[in-house]
Each structure stands twice: as C-alpha cells, then as structure tokens.
Design a protein around this ligand. Sequence first.
Ligand SMILES: Cc1cc2nc3c(=O)[nH]c(=O)nc-3n(C[C@H](O)[C@H](O)[C@H](O)COP(=O)(O)OP(=O)(O)OC[C@H]3O[C@@H](n4cnc5c(N)ncnc54)[C@H](O)[C@@H]3O)c2cc1C
Length: 352
Amino acid sequence: MTRVDLTVRGAGIFGLSIAWEAARRGARVRVIETTRIGAGASGGLVGAMAPHVPELWNAKKAFQLESLLMAADWWAAVEAASGLPSGYARTGRLQPLPDARAISQAEARGVEAATLWRGQAAWTVIPTRGSPWEPASPTGLLIHDTLTARVNPNAALAALVAGIRAMQGEVTEHDTTDEGPVIWATGIAGLDHLSALLGRPVGSGVKGQAILLAHDARDAPQLFIDGLHVVPHADGTTAIGSTSENRWTDPTGTDAQLDALLARARLALPVLNDAPVIARWAALRPRAASRAPVLGPWPDRPGHFIANGGFKIGFGMAPMVAQTMVDLVLDQRDTIPADFRPELLSASSVQK
Ligand SMILES: Cc1cc2nc3c(=O)[nH]c(=O)nc-3n(C[C@H](O)[C@H](O)[C@H](O)COP(=O)(O)OP(=O)(O)OC[C@H]3O[C@@H](n4cnc5c(N)ncnc54)[C@H](O)[C@@H]3O)c2cc1C
C-alpha cells in the first residue's frame, strides 16, 4: 500500500492549498472530498484578494498581508507544476472617495501603508481620469492600491488539484481511509460538526451570492464601490460580489438580492449595462465565532488538526494558511497566531 504522510479532508481552497504545500515539500498527501471538488464556498466566481485597510494593525491583518505578498510566487509555482492557469494577477484596485473626510482618512492610510506594506505595494490617492472603467467619485479622487490581486476560483482549484497530482499526491472524491495526521478543512460542515461536539455554536454560515458577466476588462484594476466588488478575470469575464446574508433558507439558491446587486453594479459602472450574465452562484462562507481563521491542533483529538474560518477572505489567506499548517503538522513548527487557535472555540460564542 502507498505510504501517505498526511490526509487532508475537504477539497476547497484551504484543503487543496495545504495539500499542495505539503506535496511540494516532499510529503505524500491524500485529499479526501466527500461531495465534489469545490462543492463548498470555494467553487465560486469572485476570487478577489484585497488587503485589509492599513490601520489599527493586528495579527489577522499581518497574517493576511504576508499571504498577499507571497501569493504571486506561490500561484506561479502551482501553475508551473500543474501546467494550468490559476487566473492570478495583481491588477490593483480603485475605490471612490465620497467626501473630504474620506480623503483625509485615505491619505492617512496611505502613510500607514508605506510602512506596513514594507515598500512592496502602495496605497495612494489619485485623480479620476474619466475612463469608462472607473467608479464615479464625487470628489474627483480615487484610492489606488497596488496590492489587490485576483484568482479565478475554479481555475485555481483545478490548478491545485493538478499540481498535487503532479507531485504524486492523491485527490479523491470518494470517501476513503485517513492515514497519517488528518487536517480537517471541511468548511461549514466542519464548523457545524464542532458546534455539535461542543454543544454550542462555534461558527455559522454567512450566505453570499455573486454573478458573472461576459465583459472583458482582464488587465483593468478591480473596483470596490460602496461595498460592491467588481473583479475582472483573465478569461474575459467580470465577477460582481457579493451579498452577505446572516438569515437564509436556501444556502445555494440565488434570488432578487442578486438582481439588486447587479443593478447597483450597472448603475455604478454603465459599461456593464449590456454585458450578458454568464452565471449566478451562491454558497455559505464559513465564519468562526471569532471571525478569524481557526488553525491548529484539534483539542483533545491527537493527530487531528483544523483549518477553517476563511469567511470572506479564504482565497487571500490560503498561501499563509497552507504554510502555517504544513509547518505545524509536518515540521512541528508552531507559528499560529494566538487568536486563531482552535482551543479558543470552546470559550467563544457566535457574534451576529
Ligand atoms: C459569494 C462569495 C464570495 C466570496 N468572495 C471571496 C473573495 O472574493 N475572496 C476571498 O478570498 N474569499 C471569498 N469568499 C470566501 C471564500 O470563498 C471562503 O473563505 C473559502 O472558500 C473557504 O474555503 P474552505 O476550503 O475553508 O471551505 P470550502 O470551500 O467550503 O471547502 C470545504 C470542503 O470540505 C468538504 N467536506 C465537508 N465535510 C467533509 C468531510 N467529512 N470529508 C471530506 N470533505 C468534506 C466540502 O464538500 C467542501 O468541498 C467568498 C465566498 C462567497 C460565498
């Protein structure tokens, strides 16, 4: 029988990223997915990887920054091993500035970014140019950051699967035997399971709906307009995300809330008016009670580990989640931020 050093449960962005990282370090990995690859929150349309605002710095923001900074090399390695595109590109992002207060806040954040982002990306205030791919801005000014990137979610998952297999790893959609340490990257099912075990909710699913248009702006920056993400992809599509719903009955159905989102996007960016709709999609984001990722050993269950809580930024954090989990599980090197540790779950309650 083939030796397996590590089993990963769940073929979403967390599970596949961890398995890829372990495989490229020479471990023999097995990924077990019980539904289908990308069946959960990861099999979507948006794939924005945008930084937290550079102020009030904390461990979560620092962790995500490292992930965004390492992403270009990380996705290039996945593409090289798999021979498949991930859709990764660091195309930056524009945001309108509605008033004088927003301008001074943006300028202060630009100063913070100069230090916090270590010269590897910039946050600046720039004038509008009247381009059709520009949000209207009452002040005539925009924030431009050069850190925001994107991947194409389903292409990225396919590239990871092929990369793992190229490194002799297994990815299976049939339930089979766990061998070696087991990392549970099972998204909302994992949070529900932990809640049942602990007898209290340790997380919940926040529904999101998104839409994909046939509009080719592949080299243009992302736009962030009054809570809307407009994300051009390399394949000539543009994604619009996303609703955020704490109450829902159908976790994967789309409805009038998505129509309203699209209408807002078209009002804000008339160049999208005639773009045909290619796909509508919805899923539950796995949100832990802490709103932070949950990474580390499964309390009281030796040999088992948890990687969950990607919430709204699972793709952005994936490279660091993978590095941190593989450091821990294969090299016994524990660099997990204190706020992310699973043992905190038993002491927490769900925030609404
Ligand atoms: C509308 C929407 C828009 C989003 N936009 C962005 C964005 O722009 N940028 C960003 O970074 N993030 C975004 N997110 C969030 C991101 O998608 C999630 O944070 C991320 O997908 C979570 O990944 P995951 O691997 O932890 O979970 P999932 O993708 O849910 O994967 C868990 C997997 O585990 C499987 N599974 C469950 N139980 C078992 C078991 N017992 N054994 C084996 N397998 C099992 C499931 O079938 C599933 O495939 C968005 C989410 C939504 C819904």
